[in-house]
Design a protein around this ligand. Structure first.
Ligand code: LMR
Length: 346
């Protein structure tokens, strides 16, 4: 079977479109819309396969390919092989890939700062609180905003809670003084590091380990599964279990690609994705626990726990970060957040 792409021409500057498509097997729209056509769906992400996101992508691929008897192929490009943080969203908008699953922290820079609600430090107590937001009306409202960027949100899922690392314990605001901390491209996370007395340095995920190894930055934050699978434990002597913030993802696709799919293919792909994301939501905690156990066994990194008093002092230090975001995106988002968190658990 000759594979063909399901991608219609895009409303983008012609020069960019041509550059994107150079060398690609792009068939004319009319031909591509023949019944039961073969489809290749390209899913790009920046983490390894052995992470919650990597596992979700592999499961999605297996389900789609089995249910379509191989007619729909999912090509997964993990670990930033194809695109990194800085260009994966643009690649999606240009139609150079069909699905990405960036962290929620990375939507602010495409004009959707309300996604940075998820970055607020010490906002969520546990993942069931996160679900009240992502699986409810607020999650839908956030996805509605994606249309402005020609994107469709297909689902949220978790990595888990972030920990702080450096070559020293990070248990009190004074421990952060003067440290250069790698952050994702989120103003909320940058403000959080400033509030703690550190200097935020925005870097792509794929550049982080090297930057830590060479001393370009002194520390960072991430859930343990990312810390472990990127080998950051080899270049950081201390990991402090602060659980201070949430890291989650949204799977997004290009609206034109999505709308151009035949209804039954769209249904098959969406159903497989929802199942893969449900599995991913079940395994995120387990994967972070497994990574922590492996980290303990590796004996490379000292692991610190926060006392209740230390947690309160960190919380107090970062309170202004919440107020700054409320000023930036408006109080109604905070009201909606409060309403979502007040809902009983599903
Ligand atoms: C990071 O950049 O630290 C994470 O968002 C990477 C990821 O996708 O888990």
């Amino acid at each position: 079977m000759a594979a063909m792409s399901a991608h219609p021409p895009q409303q983008i500057p012609r020069r960019q479109w041509l550059a994107t498509c150079a060398g690609a097997a792009l068939l004319p729209f009319a031909q591509a819309s023949a019944a039961q056509r073969d489809i290749t769906l390209r899913f790009s992400h920046v983490v390894t396969e052995d992470t919650p996101k990597g596992r979700a992508a592999s499961r999605f691929k297996a389900l789609v390919e089995a249910r379509s008897s191989g007619r729909i192929t999912v090509q997964v490009f993990p670990d930033g092989q194809l695109y990194g943080d800085h260009d994966e969203m643009q690649a999606l908008q240009l139609g150079a890939v069909d699905m990405v699953a960036p962290s929620l922290s990375k939507f602010g820079r495409i004009g959707l700062p309300e996604f940075e609600l998820f970055d607020l430090p010490f906002l969520f107590e546990d993942l069931s609180e996160v679900r009240r937001v992502t699986l409810g009306a607020l999650g839908q409202r956030l996805f509605n905003g994606l249309k402005r960027q020609g994107l469709v949100g297909l689902g949220f899922f978790d990595n888990g809670f972030k920990q702080m690392s450096a070559n020293r314990p990070l248990l009190a605001p004074t421990d952060f003084a003067g440290l250069r901390m790698r952050v994702q491209a989120s103003r909320v996370i940058a403000d959080q590091m400033r509030a703690l007395g550190a200097r935020p340095v925005t870097l792509a995920f794929s550049e982080t380990r090297r930057a830590l190894a060479t001393g370009v930055v002194d520390g960072t934050e991430n859930p343990v599964s990312n810390f472990w699978t990127q080998g950051m434990h080899q270049v950081q002597s201390d990991l402090s279990l602060t659980n201070h913030g949430y890291l989650g993802y949204a799977v997004v696709t290009n609206q034109r690609f999505w709308e151009h799919l035949q209804a039954d293919d769209r249904e098959l792909i969406n159903q497989a994705l929802q199942e893969a994301l449900e599995d991913a939501r079940q395994i995120a905690d387990v994967q972070n626990e497994a990574a922590l156990a492996a980290l303990r066994r590796s004996n490379t990194t000292r692991i610190h726990r926060l006392s209740a008093g230390q947690r309160v002092r960190l919380q107090q230090a970062v309170l202004p970060v919440h107020q700054a975001l409320a000023r930036r995106i408006g109080p109604d988002w905070f009201q909606a957040l409060q309403d979502a968190l007040a809902q009983p658990s599903a």
